[in-house]
Design a protein around this ligand. Structure first.
Ligand code: DAH
Length: 360
């Protein structure tokens, strides 16, 4: 650049820089233009450094012209920058706008539901825990011996047919494991591993090859077992009556103990509750099987039946859940339908306690 061509160049440079400024699409681009023009090595700044090469009489005019250019470019940068800043802000506001008319989205604590069977599992556990029962467990895949033989159901016993058992493939020694058909093997496991006095309940899943409106291949039972030196039938009746009052949340229940037969108890009783407990008087509802533990069972567990005695019971959890909460079809319990669960399910923080009423 020479001194004589300077004024023309300044006009051209101004036009060029203004063009660049106008075309800058964002704040990053505008900063690049600023550095290219006004930065230390920028095109406008460099003009100033040429001032010394000019004839003294030209310096004043050229200096003033460059300063004017600097002011023009600075102003243009500023105004373009504020336009871009405003556009960026509007874009952000449009983007991040909260639509206050949208419904509140509930978190998992409010949205999740406890399955009625889980709820009743907890209710029953709470009630028996209060009576001093511990919770025992056993595996879903059980030996034939514990599921049947030690419960006084030897290999050719007809009760085996009644259970519609799922058998696993035979093992090398020819024995077959089963999906437990009831929670009663937990009685055996407990008597084999603990010394009396024993007082346990065992809730769990059980399996039978059966399916219709009131049967599913998997369902839930709760087993109870009391073994010591003096527990008798009167204790069994008291215990079940207290349970029914707490479970159905009523002051009085009418119960009926019907003589029955199970291989592992003698005598055996099936227990019915007057449906008044669920607000429908006039009908009997069968809720469980029970009895005094058979001496053969006590003996099979290595205990002396002359010394030890006690009672046992087995209750269908799904059945008492349907009764208490008015659920019409057993199969819906396992259909994983969210609409069903929202209707019949329980809020996760409503933990059953005796003090608060087990179901509220
Ligand atoms: N295990 C029996 C069943 O699944 C139920 C049962 C009846 C369990 C009487 C018991 C009992 O402990 O004493 O059908």
């Amino acid at each position: 650049m020479t001194a004589t061509s300077a004024p023309a160049d300044l006009n051209a440079l101004e036009a060029e820089l203004i063009g660049e400024i106008d075309r800058a699409e964002n704040l990053g681009a505008i900063e690049q233009v600023r550095i290219g023009a006004l930065g230390k090595k920028g095109r406008v700044s460099e003009l100033m450094s040429q001032l010394g090469k000019l004839a003294p009489e030209d310096r004043k005019a050229f200096g003033a012209a460059v300063n004017q250019l600097k002011t023009t470019v600075t102003n243009a940068l500023e105004s373009r920058k504020s336009v871009l800043e405003e556009a960026a802000l509007s874009a952000r506001l449009a983007n991040e706008r909260a639509d206050v008319t949208l419904p509140v989205r509930l978190g998992p604590q409010a949205e999740g539901r406890i399955h009625p069977v889980s709820q009743v599992w907890d209710e029953v556990t709470e009630i028996f825990a209060d009576m001093g029962f511990a919770v025992a467990e056993g595996p879903d895949i059980e030996t034939d011996d514990l599921n049947f033989t030690k419960l006084n159901i030897p290999p050719e016993h007809p009760a085996r047919q009644e259970h519609d058992t799922f058998y696993l493939s035979p093992r090398a020694d020819g024995s077959r494991m089963v999906l437990r058909t009831h929670t009663s093997p937990v009685q055996i496991r407990t008597m084999l591993s603990q010394r009396p006095p024993i007082r346990i309940i065992a809730p769990g899943r059980v399996y039978r090859s059966d399916s219709d409106q009131t049967h599913t291949p998997m369902f839930h039972q709760i087993e109870g077992l009391v073994i010591d030196e003096e527990t008798h039938l009167g204790h069994l009746k008291w215990c079940l009556e207290e349970f029914c009052k707490a479970f159905f949340e009523v002051d009085e229940v009418k119960m009926r103990f019907r003589a029955s037969h199970f291989p592992f108890t003698e005598p055996s009783m099936e227990v019915d509750v007057d449906a008044a407990a669920i607000g429908k008087p006039g009908r009997w509802l069968e809720i469980l099987g029970s009895g005094m533990v058979h001496p053969n069972v006590i003996r099979a567990c290595g205990l002396d039946p002359e010394k030890y005695q006690g009672f046992a019971f087995g209750m269908g959890l799904d059945r008492i859940t349907m009764l208490k909460y008015g659920i019409p079809d057993l199969r819906d319990m396992f259909s994983a339908d969210m609409r069903w669960l929202r209707h019949f399910g329980f809020l996760p923080f409503d933990v059953p306690t005796l003090a608060g009423g087990v179901s509220s």
